[in-house]
Design a protein around this ligand. Sequence first.
Ligand code: NA7
Length: 540
Amino acid sequence: ANSDPVQSLDALVVGLGFGGIYSLHKLRNELGLDAVAIDKAGGVGGTWYWNRYPGALSDSESFVYQYSFDRDLYAQTPWKTKFVTQPEILEYLDGVVDRYDLRPHTRLETAMTRAAFDDTTGRWTVETDRGVTYSVRFLVTGLGLLSATNVPDIAGIDTFAGRLAHTGAWPEDLDLTGKRVAVIGNGSTGGQVIPAIAPVVKHLTSFMRTPQYSVPAGNREHTPQELQELVDNFEANWNQVRESSLAMGFVESTAETFAVSDEEREAVFEAAWNHGGGFRFMFETFGDIATDPEANEAAASFIRRKIAQIVKDPETARRLTPTDLYAKRPLCDSGLYETFNRDNVSIERIDENPIERIVPEGILTADGVLHELDVIILATGFDAVDGNYRRTEIRGRDDVLLADHWADGPTSYLGMATTGFPNMFMILGPNGPFTNLPPSIEVQVEWISDTIGRLAAQPGAWLEVRKDIEHDWTETCADIADATLFPKAASWIFGANIPGKRRTVMFYLGGLKEYRGILAAEAAQDFPGFALHAPAFVTA
Ligand code: NA7
């Protein structure tokens, strides 16, 4: 252990998920910089370290849910199934850390508590909860897009005598066998956890505020031939990913929903339902489901009819059936609706019959019923995108707090940099691309490390986004989003899931291909979106 409380480095990476791990590799192994990565968790993996709830699975297909920068790593990755589970992803990321000898440069159980930029030195001072302070030129933040847990403020929540667990901070010792369990929330997470635990619990009550559209995931093992093809077609597949919008590994449809006959449309939806995958259902079937209200309704009504066919009890089916737009992050599941046919599973619609309060014995609903419980699972999501940035004291030039800079909603240029915070590079910061994440993470990390590599050659220099450019990017993101139906649905994609959080655009919905083009131009033209501060006296 180093006894010096201030460690001087070239760069500090905060977070050891997909983004932080790759950044550390680039900065150390390719640029040869003195870089360290910290994470508050007890292990690497980011999202996949914390989300250990039963049923946790990436619903991007496994062949695009990994790094592409190393063909050998790709060829060796033993993912046998179409979608890959949390333990496998965690093992993979741990393996990547070892493969690139990064472990000695990681500091676990170390949280950034404060970061401040000093424009007299051009350096960031980063304080941690372990007594160590870092002084660095470059601060790379991979704090997690979906990381800061949203614990709802339900009356009496602290009085519950049983176990209370958020899926995003899952306690490994929690055994649900034979327990009376409540699941509050039914987004991606709730939709995974409900079918996974129903067979083992005594009784499961799903507390649902807004029912959601979900289609089967269709998870299955790849055949040996398919696995071989994924390795053989590596270049072609990844080129397709980089040339696509969603980076999901399929070609997004441009067909119009109403350009085909009713029978054909039904057949397209049926085929997508049978094939599986939420993003495929929304974006591979027709090109206007996310933009045209009538097309959206055609897809939504197909799913509603499926629910009516699957769920036997009419009242349960009614409670499970969404009536609003199909314009949140598209979900897929492994038998979600079927699960509600089980005798030990029930559903409360808390928009109709609200939770009155939580009491030591369980949940009391407005109709006077006490739901006696051993465990309450909060599948209530995250203070997404900017949540972790606001929860940490990050101060830029002139002592400005990032949370204050973002008082009217989070802003950035390219999702990676924000005005007043020089040489701070965010991975998956606000208004970055809305895609399957690993490909966008790779693109961002590569751009960031190229940029840092160029700055590193100029001692004391820093890059800061121009204010007008940040403003324009925010407007661009809002304009693109407004051309879709997504802002009309209340979801985390627009910050609508957190009480009191300002509803605002949080993503660039222009797609990965466009995004890559913008990044390439920015770098090729020597950063027209940024001001370069070069110190008057350069001591090499
Ligand atoms: P989501 O998608 O934000 O879903 C959260 C769920 O929790 C959703 O059903 C919410 O209902 C519900 N919720 C949130 N707050 C409350 C309160 N106060 N009372 C009752 N119910 C509540 O989070 P997930 O973890 O499922 O998924 C997040 C992303 O992680 C996902 O999109 C993937 O990309 C990975 P609501 O719909 O707001 O009425």
